[in-house]
Design a protein around this ligand. Sequence first.
Ligand SMILES: [Zn+2]
Length: 73
Amino acid sequence: MPIYEYKCAKCGHLFEYLADNISDQAAKCPKCGAKKPVRQLSLFSAAEGARSGGGCSSGSCPTGSCSTGSCPF
Ligand SMILES: [Zn+2]
């Protein structure tokens, strides 16, 4: 199941949403409850494409979150 990242158009809160069979319209901001968030490029998809090269230790993690220790690699 793809996990998409959304950004709330109202408060700007970023959150992930597991897109099962539910349409984008079902997603809503967990913070303020606003509907119709803007879908962002999936971090997981981006990571999949970059898995063949680079890595956290090289500082080339596509998520840019290596320093936080949250990089999936
Ligand atoms: Zn919100």
